[in-house]
Design a protein around this ligand. Structure first.
Ligand code: ATP
Length: 342
């Protein structure tokens, strides 16, 4: 495995800027997830790393070697796409063996077999090796597609939403499996997803892209707890962070240059409407039951703004009830969406 770095990389398509001055250093064996809204430049970043696009400026290095001008086939990277591409007329075994049987590689059939069996064991598909690809379920097909990427043992894996075409259960299973395989093999991966659960569970670090720029790069915990912008704050967290205009909070003392206040549901506590530590007064609108907690949807009495508070089951409120809200922690942002530190 090798490290991957993109330095000051920019890419435009005509008038459209896809990526601007992007810097990212991925250590050998690290899994970095790129998150961001549609059009943020995630796929373009992967394609630039793969050599499927050439940057207008900046450089791409793999294993310390400048590969900016190198063709994709010479970069030793594999790309896994959302839509699995298997050879339908071949068995699982032959699909997995295919990348190893390239005439350029000159690998003996005995070594091919050893490697295919090793990957099949990792994928937990030893018993499916002789099935034709067409006889597999969607999840099994995608597992084989991922296996075909793993079998070659490239320097870097590039994955573009490899699980997004699967149903929720398979997606969960394969996500865990992919993490296990990545840890087992020490693979270096750059992984794109829209799914924040995938990002939080897979990533060593998360890079959040917005309009072609890397807005923040850090561990899942850093990005969640210490977001640099309002866009980053709202990308991670379920339920989504409550974002209120400063004015909606009425008497709460907040510096004048704060434009938006971010309140995560778990940083709010319901109290008695007359409690001394109640910063806000509200009325319960409805209650959403999750497996281990309730989400209480409130409307603030003064501003009529809506707010979601996480509450333990013991503290069950009812619709129409008047409550107070204690704010344990808040995140402040200026008019441009940048974080304002207390
Ligand atoms: P999504 O999540 O929708 O896949 P993304 O974050 O992967 O989005 P990109 O596909 O990298 O975003 O696109 C970034 C910007 O570059 C978009 O505005 C897109 O329209 C533009 N773009 C990407 N590829 C091309 C291309 N080949 N020609 C023209 N514009 C392109």
């Amino acid at each position: 495995m090798a490290d991957l770095s993109l330095s000051h990389v920019s890419k435009r398509f005509g008038a459209q800027t896809a990526v601007t001055d992007l810097n990212i250093d991925i250590a050998s064996g690290e899994l970095v997830v790129l998150l961001g809204p549609s059009g943020a430049g995630k796929t373009t970043t992967l394609r630039l790393a793969a050599g499927l696009e050439a940057p207008d400026s900046g450089s791409v290095c793999i294993g310390g070697r400048d590969v900016t001008r190198l063709a994709p086939a010479l970069r030793d990277v594999t790309f896994v796409f959302q839509q699995y591409s298997l050879y339908p007329h071949l068995s699982v075994y032959d699909n997995l063996a295919f990348p190893l049987r390239s005439p350029l590689r000159k690998i003996s059939e005995a070594d091919v077999k050893t490697r295919v069996l090793e990957i099949a064991r990792m994928l937990r598909m030893e018993d499916k090796l002789h099935n034709p690809a067409t006889k597999l379920s969607g999840g099994q097909m995608q597992r084989v597609a991922i296996g075909r990427a793993l079998v070659r043992n490239p320097s870097v894996y590039l994955m573009d939403e490899p699980l997004s075409s699967l149903d929720a259960k398979l997606r969960n299973d394969l996500r865990l499996e992919l993490k296990r395989i990545q840890q087992e093999t020490g693979a270096t991966m750059l992984y794109v997803t829209h799914d924040q659960v995938e990002a939080l569970t897979l990533a060593n670090r998360i890079g959040v892209l917005d309009q072609g720029r890397m807005v923040q790069l850090g561990t899942p915990q850093q990005v969640y707890e210490d977001p640099h912008t309002v866009a980053v704050a709202s990308r991670l967290g379920s339920p989504r962070i409550n974002l209120l205009a400063r004015a909606a909070l009425g008497p709460v003392s907040i510096p004048a240059h704060v434009h938006t206040v971010g309140l995560r549901a778990e940083h709010l506590q319901l109290t008695d409407s007359n409690a001394a530590d109640a910063a806000l007064r509200a009325t319960v609108q409805r209650i959403e039951r999750l497996s281990d907690q309730y989400l209480v949807h409130l409307r603030l009495n003064d501003s009529k703004a809506e707010l979601i508070v996480a509450a333990p089951p013991a503290q069950l409120a009812h619709a129409g009830q008047s409550v107070g809200v204690h704010i344990a922690h808040s995140l402040w942002f200026d008019a441009a969406g940048l974080r304002v530190r207390a």
